[in-house]
Design a protein around this ligand. Structure first.
Ligand code: SF4
Ligand code: SF4
Length: 360
């Protein structure tokens, strides 16, 4: 007989660092367009897998010495290689026992609402817009959400390809909590992981949702260290509150589109690949958003991406990450006494050296 213990053992052997299992009914409060039950109506259980991000993958950004390991290893490597292989292997265990394994890796689904902000209709990420402009005649746009997708059984299902909220699903599988920075925090790895899922018709023994000491310290380090000021201050009233089967999740209402610009391009002081003169010239006001001279909008972000496209240093399939400030700030705080990562490493992430910031 198939048990949760067998699945977790298979997950561990296949490379997952944590595995949690919850009933899919815990996601009942999600909007239909983001509720995984509409993926597979007979599914009873969701199995969540955590793949740790090695702390050292961000060392280069922390030191200002190496920027492509994080997107290539911690995004590309996990999302495209490690996690799919694990889903495949655990899926075989389920299907060998006569149950179906609806595997769901990160990333790629583009549903009828944007995974960025829930907006309806066709939305493109900035680099996708550039791709479309450059290849207008012979390429299909790779959207964040798609406009013409329609339910195949109106009234019964929702338009494909449904994209659910990974982090909330991980909470529902008992793997952790959401921090103020909107990152998933786990007791073992803090903010350092990516997740993937299997939905199955097997009924299993379920994990409780995390109910220990709050993982987020409400320290505000992520707010202070975001170069774009994308994360609202603690207690500013700009929070999002969601309940998952009675568990209250609260996080800051992050300006996701602004983060899109800063995460990739980092701004004047934290992007060593763009000459200072480019920021000084700020041709046509294209860098107003990075220079703090306007609010974030899709149009302004497009201008940033267009102006800085030629300064992408290494293309690793995923957006170049030059920021990750919120993650490193969080690790650094969670490693201190009282934090869930305390004692995990022999040496702290941060040495006595001052954090780097370019003089410009
Ligand atoms: S990834 Fe960077 S820009 Fe985005 S919220 Fe975190 S610190 Fe801010
Ligand atoms: S840096 Fe502090 S406030 Fe921000 S998510 Fe981490 S623990 Fe929470």
């Amino acid at each position: 007989m198939l048990t949760s213990a067998m699945i977790k053992e298979a997950a561990r052997k296949a490379g997952a660092d944590m595995c949690g299992i919850g009933p899919i009914s815990r996601m009942a409060g999600a909007p239909d367009e983001m509720n995984p039950k509409f993926l597979f109506p007979e599914a009873k259980s969701m199995i969540g897998f955590v793949f740790r991000i090695p702390r050292g993958v961000q060392r280069g950004i922390e030191e200002g010495t190496q920027f492509y390991q994080y997107p290539s290893m911690a995004y590309g490597g996990i999302n495209e290689i490690l996690a799919p292989a694990c889903l495949y292997h655990v899926g075989k265990v389920l299907e060998d026992a006569g149950y179906e394994a609806f595997v769901y890796r990160n990333t790629g689904a583009r549903g009828c609402v944007s995974d960025m902000d829930g907006s309806v209709g066709a939305t493109l990420s900035p680099e996708e817009q550039i791709e479309v402009i450059n290849n207008a005649k012979d390429a299909t746009a790779h959207h964040r959400s798609v406009e013409f997708t329609r339910a195949t059984r109106p009234g019964e299902n929702v338009p494909p390809d449904l994209q659910f909220q990974f982090r909330l699903c991980a909470v529902a599988c008992g793997l952790g909590e959401i921090g103020w920075s909107k990152m998933l925090l786990t007791p073992e790895f803090g903010p350092l992981q990516r997740v993937a899922f299997i939905f199955t018709d097997a009924e299993l023994e379920y994990d409780e949702m995390y109910s220990g000491k709050p993982l987020c310290r409400r320290c505000g380090a992520c707010v202070r260290e975001c170069p774009g000021h994308c994360i609202p201050p603690m207690n500013s009233g700009h929070d999002i509150v969601v309940e998952i089967d009675g568990k209250r999740c609260v996080w800051g209402d992050i300006d996701m589109w602004k983060c899109y610009a800063f995460y990739t391009h980092a701004g004047r002081y934290y992007n060593p690949f763009v000459p200072k003169e480019v920021f000084d010239r700020n041709e046509n006001g294209n860098l107003n958003l990075l220079e703090g001279k306007c609010e974030a909008s899709e149009k302004e972000i497009m201008k940033v991406y267009g102006a800085l496209a030629r300064y992408f240093p290494s293309w690793v399939g995923y957006n170049m990450a030059k920021c990750g400030g919120c993650i490193r700030a969080c690790v650094s705080m969670l490693e201190k006494p009282g934090g869930c990562m305390h004692g995990r490493f022999k040496n702290p992430l941060r040495t006595r050296r001052q954090p780097w910031k370019m003089e410009r």
